[in-house]
Design a protein around this ligand. Sequence first.
Ligand SMILES: Cc1cc2nc3c(=O)[nH]c(=O)nc-3n(C[C@H](O)[C@H](O)[C@H](O)COP(=O)(O)OP(=O)(O)OC[C@H]3O[C@@H](n4cnc5c(N)ncnc54)[C@H](O)[C@@H]3O)c2cc1C
Length: 186
Amino acid sequence: MRTTATWTSALAVALFRPHECAPAEPGTQMAPIEAVALAATDLPERVAIELLPGADTGAAALDTADIIVSGGRGLRSADELDLVRDLADALGGTVGVSLPLVDMGWAPRAMQVGQTGTVVSPRLYIACGISGQIQHKIGIEKSGLIVAINTDKDAPIMSFCDLGIVGDLRTLLPKLAAEVRAARTA
Ligand SMILES: Cc1cc2nc3c(=O)[nH]c(=O)nc-3n(C[C@H](O)[C@H](O)[C@H](O)COP(=O)(O)OP(=O)(O)OC[C@H]3O[C@@H](n4cnc5c(N)ncnc54)[C@H](O)[C@@H]3O)c2cc1C
């Protein structure tokens, strides 16, 4: 995607969501980057940047993760996130969550995957107890392989995942984690 933008103020800021566009091929003609010295008086006003709770929790960076295992409202309690964490650990991956888990205070905002969380593009994304509503889908559709574990064969995610497993995450996650560990030590 290409676009042309113009700023009318002295201070111009452009923000890009990670993974929204592919990096330019090496050797591509790029626009020149020019450093402009700004005096403090050139700025329209001072801006206070506030670090929101959960933004510095140390949650591994989702936007660069190679493998992500995410939990959704199919989990019955915050403690059940350990099932998700255990599979992520076995795979050497990172844990993500859907928005409701953040809203319920079970996980920090930094772990939220989706349109208003982090847009991710791992090689493998495993969604556990996540229905696949559009706002979550937008955040994961650039993943290499999407695996869904859901008790509902008609959940929206089953229509766009690469591998859909119909079953209870409470039964499947410990088994999967054990299988992965066994395969890794074999
Ligand atoms: C403006 C806006 C922005 C939003 N941004 C985001 C966002 O960035 N990220 C995001 O995730 N959401 C976002 N949402 C919310 C989104 O619309 C959905 O509500 C949310 O993604 C649903 O989360 P969920 O799939 O975990 O829960 P649910 O939709 O409730 O799905 C739970 C799933 O778990 C399954 N399940 C239940 N029990 C089990 C079990 N034992 N084993 C396996 N599966 C089970 C169910 O069949 C169901 O499919 C946004 C909404 C709005 C309006």
